[in-house]
Ligand binder design. Structure first.
Ligand code: C5P
Length: 227
């Protein structure tokens, strides 16, 4: 059954979210953005006035947080305590704090369990599910039918994130974004639990010089050859 899962991992700014959603739409699949879940619990931590670097307090807040996730690729949603937080979780406060929160083992256990439930629910339908994150191919669904690891140069990734900020109405600052991309790479790759890395059997795709259409073409080819 897990063959119906496409796992898309990689650092931020590789075009992962855009291609994951488009791929899911084209396949008639659902879509799960696991980064949004880590971001939403990080927002809960900030709202509770807890230091992201205090694991015991972080765990306390995250255990009590009520997170609801919608998996329609045309309109993915994240609700915290019944309120849509889709916009707020993309802001700079959450972006700076999310790597510290997501490095806490108990936080990951809780969210991975919820992710697996959402994936099981989605697999009842015939279209399958596209799941994006950092540890989907390595930890969440190691038996996924297709695993892809997206990379791109740090410069290209910072440029994409800045363009995305501007297009979504936030301030765009290339230098700040470049620094943030590097900082999160180091934290996400260097953490003890479920670090960001390519699964051995994941297909690696460098998107530095590829547009969305070209990346999608490659992905469709691999989905088809998966059969
Ligand atoms: O993908 P996005 O940039 O929204 O992810 C935000 C952060 O959430 C990442 O920098 C990482 O710290 C964390 N994350 C994670 N595991 C995942 C998805 C995201 O640790 N599967």
């Amino acid at each position: 059954r897990l063959r119906g899962v496409v796992a898309l991992d990689g650092p931020s700014g590789t075009g992962k979210s855009t291609v994951s959603r488009k791929l899911a739409s084209a396949l008639g699949a659902t879509y799960l953005d696991t980064g949004a879940m880590y971001r939403a619990v990080t927002l809960a931590v900030l709202r509770a006035d807890v230091e992201p670097s205090d694991p015991a307090e972080v765990v306390r807040v995250v255990r009590a947080a009520r997170l609801t996730v919608g998996t329609n690729p045309e309109h993915p949603t994240v609700f915290l305590e019944g309120t849509d937080v889709g916009r707020e979780i993309r802001g700079p406060e959450v972006t700076s704090a999310v790597s510290a929160v997501s490095a806490v083992a108990e936080v990951r256990e809780q969210l991975v369990a919820q992710q697996r439930e959402l994936i099981d629910e989605a697999l009842v339908a015939p279209g399958g599910i596209v799941v994006e994150g950092r540890d989907i191919g390595t930890v969440v669904v190691p038996d996924a039918g297709l695993k892809v690891y997206l990379t791109a140069s740090a410069h290209a990734r910072a440029q994409r994130r800045t363009a995305q900020d501007v297009s979504e109405g936030r301030a765009g600052d290339l230098d700040r974004t470049h620094a943030d991309v590097r900082r999160r790479d180091a934290l996400d790759s260097g953490r003890k639990v479920a670090p960001l890395r390519r699964a051995e059997d994941a297909l690696e795709l460098d998107t530095t010089d590829l547009g969305v259409v070209e990346v999608l073409e490659q992905l469709h080819k691999h989905v088809e050859s998966r059969g």
